[in-house]
Write a protein that binds this ligand. Structure first.
Ligand code: GLP
Length: 232
């Protein structure tokens, strides 16, 4: 794992976007898996800037979400709304290239199987953008005794339920749909972003390099192509 430290969000955004563009030049139709939350914002903002100069750069890209809340009363706070706002619209990605999750599906187990099939057809993920959560989670792969390999319905931790994305939601969702750890670890290249308050303990655990399901992000130490960007 290559670890990079930045003191300014803008600089982190420029550095991560340059790595992103390097991958996009190699694979214009790359399958991008994208986290939501605050950590990837500097990267997504920088990509949006690049797109204003040449939006056709992103035309062939395919996008798959990392996760989605289940049971939100509206689109507000959803990962879908976030990805539309931060990636789909600014990068002018065709909706047909967006492998959206249907968190409203009445048969969510079936939805997980559908996403698993989609990943088989379209995958593996070429570039996976991840943000480490306050408790060391990746997507909704929460700290646990065992982690799930593939797309599944996860019970959300208190940290996830208190996430800023759903601050306006009174009745907090208790479940989420998420890609699993094997789906993530099968990505060709991974950018892990670590930024934001309240992550000291998770950071300590992560940088101890002990691989443990209690810190799902620590599994990334096993992958041979990860760039970890830390906002210090
Ligand atoms: C939520 C999102 C994830 C995100 C994580 C970390 O769980 N659903 O996609 O990676 O939070 O968010 P942040 O970067 O804001 O700490």
């Amino acid at each position: 794992m290559r670890v990079w430290e930045y003191a300014k969000k803008e600089e982190l955004g420029v550095a991560t976007a340059s790595l992103f563009m390097e991958e996009l030049h190699k694979h214009p139709d790359l399958l991008l898996c994208a986290a939501t939350g605050s950590s990837p914002i500097p990267l997504y903002n920088q990509l949006a800037k690049i797109a204003t100069q040449n939006s056709s750069l992103f035309h062939h890209l395919r996008l798959i979400p990392l996760d989605e809340w289940i049971g939100l009363p509206s689109l507000e706070g959803s990962c879908d709304e976030y990805l539309q706002q931060h990636l789909m619209e600014p990068l002018k990605i065709d909706q047909g290239r967006y492998l959206k999750f249907d968190a409203g599906n009445s048969d969510l187990e079936q939805e997980c199987l559908r996403i698993g099939q989609l990943l088989k057809q379209e995958g593996p993920i070429d570039l996976c953008i991840l943000g480490m959560g306050k408790n060391g989670h990746l997507g909704f792969n929460e700290p646990a005794v065992k982690l799930q390999p593939h797309c599944h319905i996860a019970s959300l931790s208190t940290e996830s339920q208190q996430h800023g994305m759903i601050r306006a939601t009174v009745l907090k969702p208790s479940k989420g749909i998420t890609l699993g750890m094997q789906d993530i670890l099968s990505s060709r290249r991974i950018i892990l972003l670590i930024s934001g308050d309240g992550k000291e303990e998770a950071k300590q655990q992560f940088f101890s390099r002990t691989i443990s399901p209690k810190c799902p992000a620590s599994m990334l130490w096993q992958h041979n192509n990860v760039d970890c960007f830390v906002l210090v």
